[in-house]
Write a protein that binds this ligand. Structure first.
Ligand code: FES
Ligand SMILES: [Fe+2]
Length: 438
């Protein structure tokens, strides 16, 4: 159980809060590059409780500026995007992508423009995403280069959901290995290594002994190992080592030729952009339709965005199929996708009947926990140690930043961070030495 103060410390992300200030020391992805073609409509961007406008001018420059016009505060989200900036439609002030005032039709003096600078933020495009840094300029870290950023678009599948919940809920779910052996009542049809790993990790078992967790701290954050012991003794039957790249990135699934990176972007205290980057280095991916067409039963398009909102909510019972539970299914969250086999090989979506259920199961539970869980009723048990470690790591991150330190994970090399699934082996021994801090 957490006190209200501890919970708020972990969950509040606005300016001036300890976690919010720590989060501001990182670059964040806020839009898919495809969402912002040249001269397209401006987009409202929310991040860490603040509001911005994003646009791409006629020269291809992306600007992310404070939302409200520096003249008298009209929203630039209803502005006009022009070749060299965005123009406020109220009195016509135009700002460049860097925030310079380039035209003020209601001011006679030509020199006046030099006096005004609209707040703008460093932008970086990489891996099909637009990233922004809104923290203090003297703490701007170098851009972290994830391995998937080197892949061509044909080997990436990027999609996202706007979750009506605090960022910590989704993240904790990945540090909660124990739910995987019970809640996910599905059988995967994922080939080769992926298939075996999935079965070993997710096979349903009310009777089996609870799986254990272990942690190994690293420069980028930590590995959380989900361990299934061998009932006959000796080394664990199976261990899944999941990297958590602080503050909010996790690599929950991976195979020899691909991985899924999930980035939780806190939009405010009760809204999270849950971005998925799925890679396949083995072969090119087919052209995927948007996620709301792949999972039409649980997803819907957000207005003007390429990410999805969720159709599941308390009013519709989270679309739980109670009848299926009377006929063998455990949790009744069945997902149901429309597309058939859109992805080759190991990719998560191969058996959409299965993985879409997995997604539905996880997302439904997050929503049942509420938009801003207080955690005041919790009775954590040893199996929950992954969740407690995650909270510890985030707490330390916020404390370090509050003490004036730059977070180590913001500058960590993440180019070859990956997860590991190992059989009958001491899992720490296979971690890259340079990553483990001992
Ligand atoms: S409020 Fe934007 S130009 Fe006046
Ligand atoms: Fe799950």
């Amino acid at each position: 159980m957490l006190t209200k103060e501890r919970n708020d410390f972990l969950c509040r992300v606005g300016a001036g809060t300890p976690m919010g200030e720590a989060m501001r020391c990182f670059w964040w992805p806020v839009l898919l590059s495809n969402e912002l073609p040249c001269l397209s409509d401006p987009v409202l961007v929310r991040l860490l409780g603040e509001r911005f406008v994003a646009f791409r001018d006629g020269e291809g420059r992306v600007g992310i500026l404070d939302e409200l016009c520096s003249h008298r505060g009209a929203s630039l989200t209803v502005g006009r995007v022009e070749d060299d900036g965005i123009r406020c439609v109220y009195h016509g002030w135009k700002f460049s992508a860097e925030g310079g005032l380039v035209h003020a039709p209601n001011v006679e003096s030509k020199d006046y423009c030099q006096n005004v600078r609209h707040p703008s933020y460093p932008v970086h495009e990489a891996g099909g995403l637009i990233w922004v840094y809104i923290g203090p300029r003297d703490r701007e870290p170098p851009f972290r280069h994830f391995p998937w950023m080197d892949l061509p678009a044909s080997r990436l599948d990027i999609f996202g959901f706007v979750l009506p919940t605090n960022f910590l809920s989704e993240l904790e779910n990945h540090a909660d290995g124990a739910h995987s052996t019970l809640h996910h009542d599905i059988s995967f049809d994922v080939q080769s290594v992926g298939k075996k790993m999935m079965e070993d990790t997710f096979s349903v078992s009310i009777e089996a002994p609870p799986i254990r967790g272990e942690i190994e701290e690293t420069e980028f954050g930590f590995y959380y190992a989900i361990i299934r012991d061998d009932l006959a003794g000796g080394l664990p039957a199976f261990t899944l080592a999941v990297p958590f790249i602080l503050p909010t990135t996790v690599i929950p699934l991976f195979t020899e030729v691909g991985a899924i990176y999930i980035i939780n972007v806190p939009l405010d205290d009760v809204t999270t952009l849950n971005l998925w980057v799925q890679t396949n280095t083995g072969e090119e991916l087919p052209a995927f339709p948007p996620i709301w067409e792949r999972l039409p039963e649980i997803c819907e398009q957000m207005p003007g965005r390429l990410v999805a909102g969720l159709k599941i909510n308390e009013e519709n019972g989270y679309l739980q199929d109670r009848n299926s539970m009377r006929h063998g299914r455990y949790a009744g969250f069945l997902g149901r996708a429309r597309m058939e086999d859109p992805a080759p090989r190991q990719v998560f979506w191969r058996d959409l009947g299965g993985p879409s259920s997995l997604l539905h199961q996880d997302l439904a539970i997050l929503l049942t926990q509420g938009a801003y869980p207080t955690r005041s009723m919790e009775h954590c048990v040893p199996c929950d140690n992954g969740v407690l470690w995650l909270r510890q790591q985030l707490t330390r991150l916020a404390q370090d930043v509050a003490a004036g330190e730059s977070p180590q994970s913001a500058t960590a090399d993440v180019t070859d961070v990956r997860g590991w699934g190992v059989y009958k082996a001491p899992w720490r021994e296979i971690l890259p030495e340079s990553r483990a801090m001992g």
